[in-house]
Design a protein around this ligand. Structure first.
Ligand code: CMP
Length: 681
């Protein structure tokens, strides 16, 4: 058999339904072999679009999505979508052509080392050097792409090898099972959960991949434990379930993060660190972590599980439940207020009639317009932050987000992948005007395939997320403005339907009509992003409780009662120092007290008696002596090699608080006298 025919037979054997791609000269033999195959080749308008379609097809079906491009520019165009799939654990096979092996050793048309280029963004990459290896290579590629943790695999076929002949046949496809969890570790996890005061579950994308929703719900119903999910873990537990604490990931100080702050034991299930840095929910590392995942836990200073249970997530949850039984570990009163606060927030602007439309209103209307099984695809931009926080799901895989690699331009092609995976479910892509234009060409693919899907553009003529981040960090913005084409006319030029929202109250009607259309509909919806900074400021207000919690962990304030802590924390402001920066200097008058929230600091006191610098870690408090004793700084304090994030309290305010509430002074006295004793020893 001709090698390209064998190649296509092997893909058929793996159950491939579609290949998404752009044909090229050097993969022409494969394209010819596909003419005699039941595999449908979906012609795309850019390789990046093809890779995103395959990415979503893989995530939704659990079967590898397949994308194809030629050598050189075809391969480089595929790269972003492939990296996205790999980082978000989507099974994906990427096929590229290559020039003849007789010309790859020299300067030659479009030739470059594509295998090396893909290496950092795939689980495995290879070229086919001998036609007889095709069955093994394709079997291995599909096996690797699908086994935990799933990801992308790249195969290259040179134009000359595609013409070779081979007598071998496709291999039989075998399924692999996940290892059983270790019973001893399950027992340890149960013990730790039983001894916890407030254990909480953090559910990630792995729960969805393992199809372990029922087991997770059974565990939290038996034990009462609440579940917070990551952006990609939406639907791990239904949003209507009273134990669902909704989504974490937007900010280190969101309502749900406060619940995590309160937890002493966190049971992380199918959690990928790339989604939500553990530093953001385990500041100062006070929590005991249990990890249940397909593989052993990733190493991170802020995520060091005391019990690590790799294996089949479904079985791990079943075993854990059978060991714990119906033992109630948490009462609903311990977390009900977090859920209620979030519910109030979801409702707050649900009927707002302001124009441009507030993000909260748009998402409320979208949630009402889509059924529980319909699929929302979020592109990357400011809208993604809103979707992450405000859009909740009843079931798994009903909100698809690019979260690890965070690639703009993902949602429009993603909606094509969703419709091809589940034709009976509605698909709605939310894009910013920036991301929409990055893969707008795939609108032609959607029109050609007659796919009923909706693209809702949140228009602000800016890179809105960058503006949000710049303003939060610098208080101003730089180079974020652009102009848009007329999106209604643009949609019509592609043969799609175009609609424009001109008042908030039009949106529900336009959405309902668009979701019933029999082809793609583009909706241009002006968005009011003044809400972005308001949300940042509001989330910035939340931490009074978090700050009290952190203060309580410090040596200095640990003796203070909750009233004192509330007073002190309400006056604190955040400040970051780069590695080596001086935070306070010996001999200089000081006016501030510092609480080290993250990173390290070093106390460097001069004087012959000093034993050497003293290292301070998260939770340490310093700079109080100059304020309370009304004398210059007793030592220099510099930020450690990872920098230092601090909460700063103005000394005047601190002293006033102590005067007004003498208990604060009394409570602090013990620690202070110890420090003074150390200093003068
Ligand atoms: P202050 O003197 O205001 O500024 C320097 C700070 O370094 C000081 O307050 C203390 O918070 C801290 N510091 C000085 N000596 C010690 C010590 N022996 N142990 C821990 N911290 C110290």
């Amino acid at each position: 058999m001709k090698a390209s025919d064998l190649f296509v037979r092997c893909l058929e054997q793996e159950g491939v339904e579609y290949i998404f791609g752009v044909p090229g000269e050097e993969n022409a033999d494969i394209m010819m072999s596909l003419l005699d195959s039941p595999i449908e080749f979906v012609v795309c308008r850019h390789e990046q679009g093809a890779a995103f379609i395959a990415d979503i097809y893989g995530r939704l079906t659990g079967k590898p999505g397949v994308c194809l491009g030629t050598l050189g520019p075809g391969a480089t165009n595929l790269l972003t979508g492939v990296a996205d799939a790999n980082m978000d654990r989507a099974p994906l096979i990427v096929l590229t052509g290559q020039g003849s092996t007789s010309r790859l050793h020299k300067e030659s048309h479009q030739a470059m080392d594509v295998v090396s280029m893909f290496r950092p963004v795939v689980k495995w990459t290879t070229t086919i050097a001998n036609a007889d290896t095709i069955p093994e290579i394709i079997r291995k590629a599909f096996h690797l792409a699908q086994t935990e943790k799933p990801g992308a695999v790249h195969i290259e076929l040179s134009e000359d090898i595609a013409k070779h002949r081979s007598l071998v046949s496709p291999l039989v496809v075998a399924s692999t099972s996940q290892p059983e969890p270790n019973a001893g570790e399950i027992a340890k996890a149960a013990e730790l959960l039983r001894s916890a005061e407030f254990p909480l579950i953090l559910a990630g994308n792995g729960v969805l991949r393992a199809r372990a929703t029922d087991q997770l719900v059974a565990l939290c119903e038996a034990t009462g434990m609440p579940v917070a999910n990551t952006f990609m873990g939406k639907g791990a537990i239904p949003q209507s379930h009273p134990n669902c604490l909704y989504t974490v990931g937007l900010s280190a100080r969101d309502v749900v993060t406060l619940a995590i702050e309160e937890a002493d034991v966190v049971l992380a299930i199918g959690y990928d660190l790339v989604e939500y840095h553990p530093k953001l929910w385990n500041r100062g590392r006070p929590k005991q972590v249990i990890s249940i995942d397909a593989l052993a836990a990733e190493v991170d200073a802020h995520f060091a599980p005391v019990v690590d249970i790799p294996g089949d997530i479904t079985k791990s949850l079943e075993h854990l439940l059978s060991v714990i039984g119906d033992e109630v570990l948490v009462n609903r009163e311990q977390f009900a207020s977090y859920r209620e606060t979030m519910q109030q927030e979801f409702e707050q602007y649900a009927d707002d009639t302001g124009f441009p439309v507030k993000p909260q209103r748009i998402l409320s209307d979208v949630r009402k317009a889509l059924g529980p099984d319909d699929i929302l695809l979020s592109d990357v931009g400011a809208h993604k932050m809103w979707i992450g926080r405000y859009y909740q799901c009843e079931g798994p895989n009903t909100c698809m987000i690019s979260n690890g690699f965070c690639s703009m331009g993902f949602a429009l092609p993603g909606a094509i992948g969703a419709k091809l995976s589940f034709p009976d479910r509605k698909a709605l892509a939310i894009c910013g005007d920036g991301g929409f234009m990055m893969n707008v060409q795939e609108l032609e693919t959607a029109v050609r395939l007659k796919l009923p899907m909706v693209i809702l553009i949140w228009t602000d003529s800016q890179y809105g997320l960058i503006r949000w981040k710049q303003e939060a960090q610098f208080g101003k913005n730089s180079h974020i403005d652009f102009e848009n084409p007329d999106f209604v006319k643009l949609a019509e030029a592609f043969g799609a339907i175009g609609k424009r929202v001109e008042s908030a109250d039009q949106l529900p009607g336009i959405l309902a009509e668009a979701l019933e259309a029999d082809g793609p509909v583009v909706i241009d919806c002006p968005v009011n992003y003044d809400e972005n900074m308001k949300l940042s400021r509001r989330l910035g207000e939340i931490p009074a409780a978090t700050r009290s919690h952190w203060l309580k962990q410090t040596d200095l304030f640990s003796g203070c009662g909750s009233d004192s802590l509330e007073v002190i924390s309400s006056f604190m402001e955040e400040r970051s120092y780069q590695a080596g920066a001086s935070i306070c200097e010996e001999g200089v008058d000081g006016s501030e007290v510092f609480l080290l929230v993250d990173g390290e600091a070093e106390v460097q006191a001069s004087g012959e008696d000093q034993a050497g610098p003293i290292s301070l870690g998260p939770g340490a408090c310093f700079g109080e002596m100059a304020i309370l004793a009304d004398q210059p700084r007793s030592a220099t304090v510099v930020a450690g090699e990872n920098g230092a994030q601090t909460l700063v309290l103005d000394g005047g305010v601190f002293r006033e608080a102590v005067l007004k509430q003498p208990t604060i002074g009394m409570e602090l006295l013990e620690t202070l006298s110890k420090r003074l004793a150390d200093k003068t020893a």
